[in-house]
Design a protein around this ligand. Structure first.
Ligand code: PLP
Length: 412
C-alpha cells in the first residue's frame, strides 16, 4: 500500500469537529445534543440574498472571473468605506470563503520554512493552512487572566528570526472574542513597520463588536498599507456559511499578482454564492441591528450564567460570538468527550469545543473550552443547566464540590 503524505499527517484535527462522531452516537441513542462547538450562526440570512437566489434566471451556471464578479467587488468598496477602510475594487479578490483567502494569502506571501507569529488561542485552521503552505507558526500565548489581551511586544520580538515573514491576527478574535484596542493595534503596526513584516488580518467578525470601543482595522494603521493582507468573509456577518464567499484584500500589487495565479488555477469562486453575497450588501440596517442585538443579549446571558457556575470563569468577550471559559476539570478534551459519551441530563447533553485545539503550544488550554453563542437564549439557559450538572458529576472534576464547600466554609 503506498504511503500517505507527511503533510497530511501533520494536519491538525479540527477541535470543533473532532468529537462529532461521539455527538452522532449520542444522537443515535436518542439524546438531544446542543451544539455550542461550532460558529455556525443560527440567525436568518438576509432576505435579499434568498430572493436573489430564487430569482436566478440562467440557462447555464458558468464560471465567474477568477478574481470575482466586478459589480460585487465594486459594491464591496462602498461597504468597506462605511468602516473607513479605503480600498478600490482592484484591491479586492473574491475567494471561496475566508478559508481560501487565508490559504492564498499564505501561499502568495510565504515560502516553505517561512515563519509567522500568531497570538494564541487562535482560529485552528491558521495552523492547517500554514501546513498547506509549508509555513511554520510561532506562537505566543495570550492568557485568560488578562482576558486574552495582546501579549507584550517583547514576546513577539523574542520569536523573530531571519525566516519571520509576518504576523497573523484575528480581530475580533475567534475563539476568545477579544477585540484589540487602538493602543494594541498601534503596537502591532510598529512591529510590522520596524521589521517590514506582513500583517495578515482576519476581520471576518467586524460586524460584531460590543463594547462601544472602536473596531480598528489593519487598514486604519498608517504606514503599513503595503504590508496588510486583509481576510474577509460573508459567512458570519450575514449568516451565510454555506455560500462559501470570502475576500482577500491588499494594496500590495505583487501579492495580488501571486494571489491571482492561485485564483486562476482554481478557476472561479462560486457564482451563485457571489450573486447572493452581492445582494446581501443591500441588507436593511434593521436586519443588521437585530442580529447584532441578539448577540449582545446572548453574550450577557451566557457570560453571566457561566460565571455563576462554581469553579467556572469566563472573561467578557468584546466581539465575535465566542468565549473561552475555564472549567474546573482535569482535562477539557476528556470532559467534552465524556459529556457526549457518558453523560446526559434529562436526555440532553452539550457539545463544546476543547480549547487545547486552538493552541499549538503544548499543555495550553487544558482546562478551557470554546463556547459559541449561536443558539437562542432559551436554549442557552438549558445549556448552562446541563453544564452545571455535568461539572457536578464529572469524575475528573479538579476540585470536588465537597472540597469547594469546605474551602468556602473555612473562609467564611
Ligand atoms: C476567524 C475565522 N476566519 C475565517 C473563517 C473561515 O470562514 P469561511 O471560510 O466560512 O469564510 C472562520 C470560520 O469560522 C473564522 O472563524
Amino acid at each position: 500500500m503506498p504511503a500517505v503524505s507527511n503533510r497530511g499527517k501533520a494536519m491538525p484535527d479540527s477541535p470543533i469537529r473532532k468529537l462529532s462522531p461521539l455527538a452522532e452516537k449520542a444522537k443515535a441513542r436518542g439524546i438531544k445534543v446542543y451544539h455550542l462547538n461550532i460558529g455556525q450562526p443560527d440567525l436568518p440570512t438576509p432576505p435579499q440574498a434568498l430572493k436573489a437566489i430564487q430569482m436566478i434566471d440562467r440557462t447555464t451556471i458558468e464560471y465567474s472571473p477568477s478574481e470575482g464578479i466586478r459589480s460585487f467587488r465594486e459594491k464591496l468598496v462602498h461597504y468597506y468605506n462605511r468602516y473607513k477602510i479605503e480600498v478600490e475594487a482592484d484591491d479586492i479578490i473574491i475567494t471561496t470563503g475566508g478559508s481560501e483567502a487565508v490559504t492564498f494569502a499564505f501561499m502568495s506571501c510565504l515560502d516553505p520554512g517561512d515563519e509567522i507569529i500568531v497570538p494564541e488561542p487562535a482560529y485552528a485552521n491558521y495552523e492547517a493552512f500554514a501546513i498547506v503552505a509549508g509555513a511554520v507558526i510561532k506562537s505566543i500565548a495570550a492568557n485568560i487572566e488578562e482576558g486574552f489581551a495582546l501579549p507584550p511586544l517583547e514576546e513577539f520580538e523574542k520569536l523573530l528570526t531571519p525566516k519571520t515573514m509576518g504576523l497573523m491576527i484575528c480581530n475580533p478574535t475567534n475563539p476568545t472574542g477579544y477585540l484589540y484596542t487602538r493602543e494594541e493595534m498601534n503596537k502591532i503596526r510598529d512591529l510590522v513597520k520596524k521589521y517590514d513584516l506582513y500583517l495578515f488580518s482576519d476581520e471576518v467578525y467586524r460586524e460584531f463588536c460590543y463594547t462601544g470601543s472602536p473596531y480598528i482595522s489593519a487598514f486604519h494603521l498608517d504606514g503599513i498599507e503595503q504590508n496588510v493582507v486583509l481576510i474577509d468573509s460573508v459567512s458570519k456577518r450575514y449568516s451565510e456559511c454555506g455560500l462559501r464567499i470570502g475576500a482577500l484584500i491588499t494594496k500590495n500589487k505583487e501579492v495580488r499578482r501571486n494571489v491571482l495565479k492561485f485564483c486562476q488555477a482554481r478557476l472561479s469562486p462560486p457564482l451563485i454564492g457571489q450573486i447572493a453575497a452581492e445582494a446581501s450588501l443591500d441588507a436593511d440596517p434593521e436586519y443588521m441591528l437585530n442580529n447584532y442585538n441578539e448577540y449582545v443579549n446572548r453574550r450577557k446571558f451566557l457570560i453571566d450564567g457561566l460565571n455563576r457556575i462554581d469553579g467556572v470563569y469566563s472573561p467578557i468577550p468584546m466581539g465575535a460570538f465566542y468565549t473561552v471559559a475555564r472549567l474546573p476539570v482535569d482535562d477539557a478534551d476528556d470532559f467534552c468527550a465524556w459529556m457526549l459519551s457518558e453523560f446526559q441530563y434529562n436526555n440532553q447533553t452539550l457539545f463544546l469545543a476543547p480549547a487545547s485545539g486552538f493552541y499549538t503550544l503544548p499543555d495550553k488550554g487544558k482546562d478551557e473550552v470554546r463556547i459559541a453563542y449561536v443558539l437562542k437564549k432559551e436554549d442557552l439557559a438549558i445549556c448552562l443547566k446541563i453544564l452545571e450538572e455535568a461539572l457536578r458529576e464529572y469524575p475528573g472534576r479538579k476540585i470536588k464540590i465537597a472540597e469547594e464547600e469546605a474551602i468556602r466554609a473555612s473562609l467564611s
